[in-house]
Design a protein around this ligand. Sequence first.
Ligand code: HEC
Ligand code: HEC
Length: 341
Amino acid sequence: MKLDELLGLITKFIGGILTFTVLIFLFLVFLWTNPTVFSNKSVNPEDWQPKNPLTDIPDDQKHKLVKYGYQLVVESSKYMGPMAENPKVRYAGNNLSCQNCHLKAGTTRGSASFVGVSNRFPQFRGRENKQGNLAERINGCMERSMNGKAMPVESTQMKAIIAYMDWLSEGVPPEKEAEYKGFVKVEIPDIKADLVKGKEIYTLQCIRCHMEDGQGMRPDPKAKHLYPPLWGTDTYNHGAGMHRVLTAAQFIKASMPFEESTWDNPKLTDEEAYHVAAYINSFPRPQKSNPEVDFPDKKLKPVSTPYGPWVDKFSPEQHKYGPFPPIVEWYQKEYGIKKTK
Ligand code: HEC
Ligand code: HEC
């Protein structure tokens, strides 16, 4: 072997070692910045569980905002509603909590959970006829479900709620996102909702917690409701999603009676959920201001939106109590729009 050949071999050898070291280094950097990449692979999506905010929020500085967001969702009235000490942060106008509808702090299937929600925004919103972000969606519930006023995007409260939702949405297997999203399906009955039947179901299934007058129970008037009100002054307003009979029926089917119904084992039939949803929505409640500006493109209004104007000729009564299939068919025929709610 000549000297220059030997030198060539040595150079190659050193070059190889260098390349190898650089590769190892890059790999370590990758692991360092993506710590869960391998641990997650071993979790079978079927065994996956959403994070539990009670036990899983780390007790460090970084997660302080997440913890605060959790508290806001669970005790909205105390921290950002009528009971808040600082009048400036009384954004919610009623004493409901987000989790009265988004059960178990938004971790339960069948009640529009927050698990994965951050991954779905921004999205197109018919109510505003534009691309909307998560903060705008949260304010949609603030102004309607919570009968309050929009929180500034830069407020600590808004940032905290979003931080909490982001935390819940981390690492959700794609297979699980759909399962945790939205409500369960309800076959839309081909009849008008029957308030007499609704009252019978209410008496049998709901009265023991929400009471005959629909005001629920609040044993300690300085604390949140034990059982939240369904109508009257201290609940969601007439512009809320829950005020649509079809949306309320979907929520009720999977979630009520509380702790008896589940998304995969509902207690009421679709028709029962429909009649009782109409019953609870037949009573007076707070009125949202300027409801006529909702859905700038009126064709996109859900069929059971109980307030006008509509582009169709169906009566306000029919938009509130059905029967809905004729309205659904009309939009399909007239505009080729397939409505599900
Ligand atoms: C009275 C019941 C009720 C309350 C209280 C309520 N919401 Fe909602 N929320 C709903 C309904 C119903 C929907 C779905 C509406 C629809 O389908 O159009 C929804 C949807 C949402 C969504 C979108 C979910 C998704 O998967 O796209 C977010 C985010 C949200 N709410 C946040 C909140 C927050 C934060 C609070 C408390 C400040 C709150 N909500 C209080 C009933 C409620
Ligand atoms: C065992 C008690 C119980 C029964 C029975 C029950 N609920 Fe509820 N309901 C609750 C509780 C508790 C919440 C709030 C959940 C939370 O904060 O975790 C709630 C929330 C609700 C909400 C959303 C919040 C609001 O104020 O609008 C609606 C709507 C509702 N229930 C309707 C019904 C209907 C309809 C029935 C009968 C089919 C029913 N519930 C039966 C306990 C009950």
